[in-house]
Design a protein around this ligand. Structure first.
Ligand code: F6P
Length: 255
């Protein structure tokens, strides 16, 4: 029975790797929509990936959300991790404090016994503040580290769920629905074709910065996120996916 289970997972991983054109895929058993510990298993798998691929003196950028919180929760101070620098990938995106990139980044650095820098920016930002803040020397310094991060770890969410979870204005919410956004990552909303239909104005990593990082790790699971994951990977911005069986089965079947 156990062998059968393991083989099933390995097959799923290979299928996903081919389908989404990825370098590395991990599928953990279960569905995080139904069982919360499955999220922790994804967190653990992500930490294992870091153990195998991280080198001392690298910069690691991480986004917010409950899945990223699980990654931070599972982080350990393995060899080299204490000599890395941890930064939030983007400024505030309207999340609750415990799900904000800043909080998660500080937690991750603490577990790793490493150093961190944070981004203190209000959100949402007006166009004028955005332009001024970007040029502030202390912010600029952190933004530069973020843009050149060696490893980026990020969540992917369902577009409407995310828009509702954030302080999204009614006008923006309408746009997101009108343009049929299905997925969200880094504050960008994607439609089924993977086209960007909306973007939250905040400082930090931009989608076009991603090709500078060797490891861009998406951690997202749950059957309900299958379509979101599929839309995000249409243009293929990340090369690593850590997911669960719930999302993986749905992705193979329907998208
Ligand atoms: O708001 C940060 C973020 O990483 C989003 O980009 C993503 O859609 C979401 O969190 C994922 O949240 P969760 O892991 O709680 O589903």
């Amino acid at each position: 029975e156990f062998i059968k289970e393991v083989t099933g997972i390995k097959v799923l991983e290979q299928q996903l790797k081919d389908k989404l054109n990825l370098d590395y895929v991990v599928v953990v058993p279960g569905d995080s929509d139904e069982l919360n510990w499955v999220k922790q298993e994804m967190g653990k798998a992500c930490v294992q990936y870091l153990k195998d691929h991280m080198s001392p003196e690298q910069a690691i950028a991480i986004t917010g959300g409950t899945t990223m919180a699980s990654v931070a929760q599972m982080m350990t101070s393995f060899k080299g991790a204490d000599q890395c620098l941890y930064v939030p990938a983007r400024g505030g995106l309207g999340e609750r404090v415990e799900n904000q990139a800043n909080t998660i980044c500080a937690e991750m650095a603490k577990k790793a016994k490493g150093d961190y820098r944070l981004l203190y920016v209000p959100d949402p930002l007006s166009e004028e503040s955005y332009k001024t803040i970007k040029e502030e020397p202390s912010i600029k310094e952190v933004l530069d580290i973020i843009r050149h991060a060696d490893i980026v770890i990020h969540g992917v969410g369902d577009a409407l769920t995310m828009a509702q979870r954030r302080k999204t204005s009614p006008e923006q919410l309408e746009l997101i629905q009108q343009y049929e956004a299905v997925g969200e990552a880094f504050g960008y909303y994607f439609n089924r074709m993977g086209e960007i239909v909306h973007k939250v104005r905040t400082v930090g990593l931009q989608l076009e910065d991603l090709n500078r990082s060797r490891h861009v790790i998406a951690v997202a699971g749950g059957r309900s996120k299958a379509q979101a994951i599929a839309s995000y990977f249409q243009p293929g911005q990340s090369n690593v996916l850590i997911t669960d069986e719930g999302a993986a089965q749905e992705l193979i079947r329907d998208f």
